[in-house]
Design a protein around this ligand. Sequence first.
Ligand SMILES: [Zn+2]
Length: 161
Amino acid sequence: MALDDEHWMRHALILARNAWQQGEVPVGAVIVRDGKILAEGWNQPITLHDPSAHAEMLALRTAGQTVGNYRLPNTTLYVTLEPCLMCVGAMLHARVERVVFGAYDPKTGAAGSAFDLLQHPRHYHKVAAVQGGVLQEECAALLQAFFRERRAAAALAKPAP
Ligand SMILES: [Zn+2]
């Protein structure tokens, strides 16, 4: 684990709260190069009517626009939840160098939990390093709190028997 991993993960957690405020599953992502923020994103598929609008995808798009190149070498992508298949695919296309995630996603995580595609030997390009579990408890707790609140709201919305 690098020295400032927790620092950037805390930043990603703040971005995840933006998603919650929009009623989206709270996941945040930040792309860092040379110790500076290159791009930020938070989950908003509902808001944007876009199944690909995961936090990582939005951050990758912004980063690409910022540097004027779809390839993003020498970057580290921080995300509060283990990335899915789609996001891992995009990270490989972008040549992201290092991926750091917070909570593990045993159901759909593609960085080692459900699938292990970030460092799959058949990829021509591989993400050089993957670090999971950074601020894992905080990242998982945010998601759990969101789903708890959503269940409570759903229960309230039901008409009394
Ligand atoms: Zn994803």
